[in-house]
Design a protein around this ligand. Structure first.
Ligand code: HEM
Length: 392
């Protein structure tokens, strides 16, 4: 790949809308060439069918023959750590083993054990928010503390603020390797403490499963990297209902619509650019193009939710949409392990917030919602940084 004049990624998105740049790329074909912000070339997958097909293809993965000189989506230490020059089949098996360690901890039984705790934290934070004068920045006053608290409860971290102070520098796009090392060291020390004083939490369970502290820390880094996508998903859900009072009333009047409403908010949630980089380990023919071994492929799980070949009138927020086969949690071997927890949190938020705030609206125009990128804070996963919500 050596074209000049390719579309350059990095355009700002708007909640509930397909990013115009992605629409332009999609018009060139379901799998199209783009330039990343690092200046490298990549294939961007913008259609549902092609993304689903590639996510099931073992020729796409996290290996590259020359990781140092591979094309990059972003310059980021954490993303660098994910790519190795291992044999692709061995790397795939390693990934399957890694998933097998975590998946049982997000089972339906484990989630139903967490439901009451999530509900209690939602109620407590809502009480605080509603005591404030309108408008309130729901992202910082509600979505962030809620999902951080639940993440810390799940892992078994007592001091939420201390952990976030370690995590934020490591999740910055321009993170230095010592901040990533700081996060890892923090989790190694946590594992050491849990081994001596186990609790009813994920860190203790991973220690009890016989993993050394270093492996426990790596597994916990993977879980922790949801620290911004989940609050973003919660804020996107609140924002979508604030913009759609008719849909708000429908769900507040009939809680049976809640599960469908959760899926519809998820479908429209990923509007800011946050793609997952993968590398071809062999040539792949798809949609009339040939992806060459070593090429960078960007999987855009969010924008395929706007694919008009699958979703009719895709920019319409419709809580009764069925089926709703969005790919926001990915598909196949990379399907999000924490999806049950993310769904639980958004469900409990909507179940409690919509009846208590029957009239709410965005306090600013939707295209002025601030994103982390606008603030010069390029956090991995990015998304909403402030969400001012007003009510009467
Ligand atoms: C709305 C919230 C969330 C969204 C949109 C989301 C989305 C995703 C996506 C697209 C992937 C695939 C990444 C890839 O291909 O490499 C993924 C993987 C993952 N997610 Fe989530 N996620 C969310 C919440 C969570 C939560 C709450 C947790 C756990 C506390 C979590 C844990 C994980 C883990 C461990 C993986 C790695 C799976 C693997 O590599 O096989 N996620 N997530």
């Amino acid at each position: 790949m050596n074209d000049v004049g390719l579309p350059v990624l990095g355009a700002r998105g708007c909640l509930g809308r397909l990013n115009p740049l992605i629409r332009q790329v999609r018009d060139n074909g379901p799998v199209s060439r783009v330039r990343t912000v690092t200046g490298d070339e990549a294939w961007l997958v913008t259609r549902h069918a092609e993304l689903k097909q590639l996510l099931m293809d073992s020729r796409l993965g996290n290996t590259h023959p020359d990781p140092q000189n591979r094309p990059r989506y972003l310059d980021n230490v954490l993303l660098d750590l994910l790519v190795s020059d291992q044999d692709p089949a061995a790397a795939r098996q390693f990934h399957l083993d890694f998933r097998a360690q975590l998946t049982p901890h997000f089972s339906a039984a484990r989630m139903s054990g967490l439901r009451a705790r999530v509900g209690a934290v939602v109620d407590e934070l809502l009480g605080d928010v509603l005591a404030e004068p309108s408008p309130v920045d729901m992202h910082n006053a509600f979505s962030l503390p809620l999902s951080y608290q639940i993440l810390c409860d799940l892992i078994g971290i007592a001091d939420r603020d201390e952990y976030m102070a370690v995590l934020h520098p490591a999740g910055n796009v321009g993170a230095e390797s010592d901040s990533v090392g700081g996060l890892y060291d923090y989790l190694v020390r946590l594992a050491g403490r849990k081994r001596e004083q186990p609790g009813d939490d994920l860190a203790s369970a991973l220690c009890a499963a016989g993993h050394p502290d270093e492996t426990v820390a790596l597994l916990l880094v993977a879980v922790t990297m949801s620290y911004l996508v989940t609050p973003h998903g919660i804020s996107a859900a609140i924002g979508l209902f604030a913009m759609n009072p008719g849909q708000h009333k429908l769900v507040a009047d009939d809680p049976r619509l809640l599960p469908g409403a959760v899926e519809e908010t998820l479908r429209l949630s990923k509007f800011s650019e946050s793609m997952v980089p993968r590398y071809a380990n062999a040539d792949i023919d798809i949609a009339g193009v040939t992806i060459r071994a070593g090429d960078l492929v960007l999987c855009d799980h969010g924008s395929v939710g706007f694919d008009d070949r699958v979703f009719s009138d895709p920019e319409r927020f419709d809580v009764t949409r069925a089926p709703n086969p969005h790919l926001v949690f990915s598909h196949g071997i990379t399907y999000c392990i924490g999806a049950p927890l993310a769904r639980l949190e958004i469900h409990e938020v909507l179940a409690r917030l919509l009846p208590r705030l029957p009239v709410m609206r965005l306090a600013i125009p939707v295209d002025e919602i601030q994103l982390y990128g606008d603030l010069g804070e390029g956090q991995l996963g990015g998304g909403i940084a402030h969400l001012p919500i007003a009510w009467d």
